[in-house]
Design a protein around this ligand. Sequence first.
Ligand SMILES: [Zn+2]
Length: 222
Amino acid sequence: MELNYQEVVQKLKEGFPQGTVKFRSDNNRAYIPNQVYTDRVERATNSQWDLTIKEIEINVPHRYIKVIVTVTIGPHHRDGYGFSVIEKDAAGEPIRLANALDQAANEAVKTALDTWQMGWSTLAPFYKEDWGGNPALRHLLVSDPPPEPGDSFPVVPNAKIDRFCIFSNCGKQLTHDEWELLGQIPRFNRNKMTYCYEHLPNFWKRKIPEDVRKDFENRRNG
Ligand SMILES: [Zn+2]
């Protein structure tokens, strides 16, 4: 199967369903489990991706493991690094090395995938005080209250918002435009029946005012 790099990257960047984000027990920072990342890459590339370990450094005296990996998708590859701390037993002997190695390797894969902006839109709301609140990355936070008039960052119709299609196994993140469209359907509760356009039942599609629907489809296909 032919791999369309642009499409793959688009899929990698897509947000994850609600509940994906977990919080670390030690510092309470938000993160997305690495299985979720791997699953996304698998699906987005139809398993056509590759992972090579470039370097492993196990430094017992200084109690750390460093791993550098290369992730390859189509003709492009990105490096990622990961560190973990080596634990010691009461006698000062290193323990659970395999565990620490796994941790560093997982971290390295995540760092590499992060360069494709994987998980950014899902994590941004949790890092508003940090990078997530940066004006240049504001497109990641479009689920925020709409901008004030005169704001220099107008809502982008196809920007993703923090709503997800409830159709079984879809879970697609809705665009601002899709959400607004649902709001135009008479007697329709978009908070309960949150569907992406594709999965919106025809019964409801027919209730969308003709001109609204045409405009929407033009923007969508345009
Ligand atoms: Zn859907």
